[in-house]
Design a protein around this ligand. Sequence first.
Ligand SMILES: Cc1ncc(C[n+]2csc(CCOP(=O)(O)OP(=O)(O)O)c2C)c(N)n1
Ligand SMILES: [Mg+2]
Length: 360
Amino acid sequence: MCEVTKTKVTKDQNGTDVAELHPDNKQGNGAEQASADTYLYWYEMMLRIRRFEERAGQLYGQQKIRGFCHLYIGQEAVAAGTVTALRSDDLIITAYRDHGLALARGVTSNECMAELFGKSTGCTKGKGGSMHFFSKEKKFYGGHGIVGGQIPLGAGIAFAEKYRGSENVTACFFGDGAARQGSLHETFNMAMTWKLPVIFICENNLYAMGTSVERTSNVHDISKLGAAFDMPSFQIDGMTCEKVYEAIASAADYSRSGEGPTLIEIKTYRYKGHSMSDPAKYRTKEEVEEYKQKDAIETTLATILKKKFATMNDIEAVNQKVMEEIDECVRFAEESPYPDPSEIYTDIYKQQDYPFLMDD
Ligand SMILES: Cc1ncc(C[n+]2csc(CCOP(=O)(O)OP(=O)(O)O)c2C)c(N)n1
Ligand SMILES: [Mg+2]
């Protein structure tokens, strides 16, 4: 029996716990049968994200967390499946629904919860909040609030990696709403022209705020958008880690071997509203229920038990460990200090000769 709770946690050079990739996947090696360790890693990571998000939702209701807050509940398999298919040096960039991918990338629950509280110990020093998680160390390049803004940025990061001669691949995530932004087409064009090592990943959760995919275009199959640029493109079911893992691993291998980008449309679903203020009246309870029936945490657990990768006792130990971790990150966030007011002038970009800036 493998040791469930220690599956993938290693220390980085600062001695911080890092959710590490399974050794099987470190080389980004294709779509072979996932091991027991990988399944247990998926289960634990998805549970961490789910519990973190549930707690964030409660704390938002208590006004301990302010501002925008977009929960990832329902989409966990995308984050968990992705990180096991990538190397730890590969880069990730996403939109504002970023908590799940940041956690999966190894940004700690403490750093994430503290960021939601606006505390100086947060991953963006309390100055970014929910939509702007960031960790240069973990190669997590945000957290972006402008819909589709991260699509050209993701290609730019991939360009930089190629220019420097690294083997790193950039995973660039965006929503179905973002897929309708004009900059996507310009980015696809340049990414294909320059054969950039980037995977464009559309998390199609069927809605952009309250607007369904059907209402944003006559092209409902978003994977078709790659065709105009001859970009390899396909659609997968995002309610299973296995499918996400296989798709991302094969696209990463393809990019790493110098072939260029891939577009993957991942069909997924958010159980909650768009943000904390959305009662989600634009969809039926039956539709939400239909997706909950395919819940990836439940199906992964069922596979683990069926394949005898762990016993229910092992699983309960994981559940307990995750619950304690989430309690601890809330305590950590509560007790951490707010940033010093002098921090308002740090970590900002200012071009000295920008013509519209007045000297005081
Ligand atoms: C350029 C721009 N236009 C509009 C908005 C307002 N807005 C915020 S989220 C959102 C919907 C985006 O939906 P999608 O890309 O599907 O991502 P999801 O929320 O489903 O993860 C919109 C229109 C924005 N933030 N930026
Ligand atoms: Mg969407």
